[in-house]
Structure formats: structure tokens, C-alpha cells
Design a protein around this ligand. Sequence first.
Ligand code: UGA
Length: 434
Amino acid sequence: MAKRLGIIGTGYVGLVTGACFAEVGHHVICADNNAGKIAMLHAGGIPIYEPGLEELVRRNVAAGRLRFTQSTAEAVDGSEVIFIAVPTPPQPDGSVDLSFIEAVAREIAASLTGYRIIVDKSTVPVKTAEKVSETIRRYAKTKVDFDVVSNPEFLREGFAVDDLMKPDRIVIGTSGPRPVAAMKEIYAPFHAPVIVTDTSSAELIKHAANSFLALKISYINAVAAVCEAAGANVSEVAHGMGMDERIGRRFLNAGIGFGGSCFPKDLAAFIKISSQLGYDFRLLKEVQSINAEQMDRFVSKVRDALWVLRDKRIGVLGLAFKQNTDDVRQSPALELCRRLLGEGALLRVHDPRAMETARPVLPPGPAVEYVEAAQDVPVGCDALVIATEWPEFASLDWAKARRDMVAPLLFDGRNLLDRAAMESQGFIYRGVGR
Ligand code: UGA
């Protein structure tokens, strides 16, 4: 049965969740206190790039199932279930800044007039649902009934619509049985297995899952280092390992390390909350160290081949933290650019989607040239680096790229290209762990 749902926060999670809920028939109102974002959404614009999202939003706005507002009160008033999807940014000590969640909890409390289910979708440390409950109870004007549910989101940027429409599982964490039926109804059209558990376990599922995926990546990056030393091929090793169903092939791609707005932050937060609870999570600290070393190792590889980086012209293909997104937050590609610039290199950079988002953090200037077409990046370069795994980079005219370059050095930070094919074009090819 269609429900009236409110979503607070129109970032990646909020907007995609709202659009997908509307797509399956619910009536959704998305609130954001950022006037610019709401104005843009009212005008038919989308503040982020996410494949399939624009069409989804347009279709559901036209069908009258998706609306936007600047007022949290309006979203709370007109909805049976309210999802909190506001940012939970990292703080320098690794802990999470929960002030946006707290502020929204107070706003919800101020608008509550009858029973509501308040759902935490943002990634938060264990025990946050309890704090949200306490806050709402403290600030509610009248004594009203409500339930707080932890319902973590597992979508990946770049594949968010697909991940949301076809989830592996739905996690519903609650302290009592009352909200379970409503939550199951909301998710029924998605035909996914549902796990009902307590709020703390639900919160931990998210941190433990993201940290495990990061661990998988650091593991294969460590294996890649051994492969390099042994003359083996990490892609073959990952393939062989991944065929064991207990391991699985996904998230075993060696590269220049993981980044983005989730893994680095969630790892740090999980380590921090574990330590606050009395457990020193050494294993995850090592995952962080391996990830940092991965960048050092890659920069050394470029330096070893070029000998001196000062005044070398290096083409960098990719700025986003991964393919299919314009997001450059904690992007390993940008970190690589900064490291190369720090050693005096001159960069020619390109990304199919992330040039606009990268410009403010990697300003163009005498040492950084933004190149509109990927195919033009190699022109005049001493070396070329693949820093993001955009599939279109594989189909460049590599023979032309080779002719356009001063020297044929190709560093494949994402193991995107075929070594033999590149070598047959005359490139000196260096991948990661192969
Ligand atoms: C991640 C999780 O995959 C989602 O399930 C989760 O919902 C999301 O965080 C979140 O907490 O919101 P996301 O950060 O969008 O999603 O990106 P991923 O596809 O997981 O990639 C993260 C980083 O790992 C990227 O830098 C990517 O290039 C890198 N990566 C990924 C590898 O280096 N190797 C791999 O095999 C896979």
C-alpha cells in the first residue's frame, strides 16, 4: 500500500531514496534547508550526477508522487514515516559529526503532533538511534508517541538507482515491534530479503559491512605488492580467489587505494567508536595503513620510471574517486595529482564527469591544465596515468595516444587496460600487481 513518506536531506542518499520510493508508488516529500538545492530541484535540475536519477526524478515529479520543500515541518506534518538522510561528516579525530542529525531530531520533535516513525538512513555510529530517541522525547512540545528505526543504506554512488531498486537486503533495526509492519510495507515493492533486528545491530551492520569491503580492497592491494615482487599477476590471483563463493570476486580490484565519502570516513568512525567502547580494532587500523601505503607505492613507481618528476608533463585520466560519478571527495585520483604536483610535475587532467567538481579543489593554473577531451590528454606527455576506472578510457585511440606522447610510459592505477595490447602499441606499461 502506498505510504506518505518524508525525507530530510536531498544528498545522494536522500534524493535517490526519495525518487526510488516514489517510483514504486509512495508519495514522497523531500526536504532540505539548502534553498539553492530546493530551487534547483523545483526548476527540474538535479544537484548531483547519478546515472538514471534525472529521469527518475522527472517522471515522479510529473506523476505527482515526488515533491520538494525547504520546510522540515511540512515534511513531518504530511508524512507517516520520516527518513533522516543528512550528512554525517568526519571530524579530525575520526569521530563523526552528528550535529546535523541532532538538529534534524530537534526540528522533527518541534513538528510532531501525532505518531510518526522516524528512520535513520544516514550512516551513523552505533547508539545513535538511542540518542535520536532521547532528543525527540526531550524536545517534543507535547507528549507524542513515536518510534525510531535504523535502516542503513547500502547504495554505491554511480550505481545508486540500481542498488536501491534491487537491494541485496533491507535492514530494519527497531527497539519494538510497532514500526516493523509499516517498514515492511514500504519496502515490499523492492522484493528483497528483510532483516529485522535491534537498532544497535542495524547500525553496526552498516559500519561492519563498509569496513569489511575496505578490508577486502586493502587485502588485495597487499597481495598486489607480493605479486609485483614475485612477478605474478594480481588480476589472475583475484580471479582464482573470487571463484570461491565464500570469498567472491567483487571488491578485489587492486588499484591506487579506496576513497570517496564513505569508506575512509566509516573506517575511521568504526575504529573510533570501537575504541570508545573499549576495543582496539587493530585490524582496521592496518587496513587504513595499507591504503595510505598504496598511494606511496604508486607515486614511487612513477618516480622510479621518470627518475625526476620536476617539469615532467604527466597526463592524468580520471579525477573522480571512482567511475560513474562526479564526486571527488577523498578521491585517490586527486591525492595522486597533489603528490605529483608536490614533486614539481606538470599535469594535463581529464575526467568525463568530474572536471567541474574538481576545479575548486585542484585549481587550474600553470601546472594544471584541464583538457576537454580524454583523447587529447596524452599530447606532449612524458607519462600517462589512469587514476579512475572509467570504462571509456579503455577505448581511446591508443596508437594515436602513443604517437602524441613524448615518451611511452603508461601507469595504469586501476588495471583497466590489457598489458599485452598496450605493449604491442609500443607502451611501457606498469599496472598494479601485474
Ligand atoms: C560504498 C559501499 O560500496 C556502499 O555499499 C555504501 O552504501 C556506501 O559506501 C555508503 O556507505 O554510502 P561508494 O563509496 O559509493 O559505496 O563506492 P564503492 O563502489 O564502494 O567504492 C569505494 C572506493 O573503493 C572507490 O575509491 C573505488 O575505486 C574503490 N574500490 C572499489 C577499489 O579500489 N577496488 C575495488 O575492488 C572496489
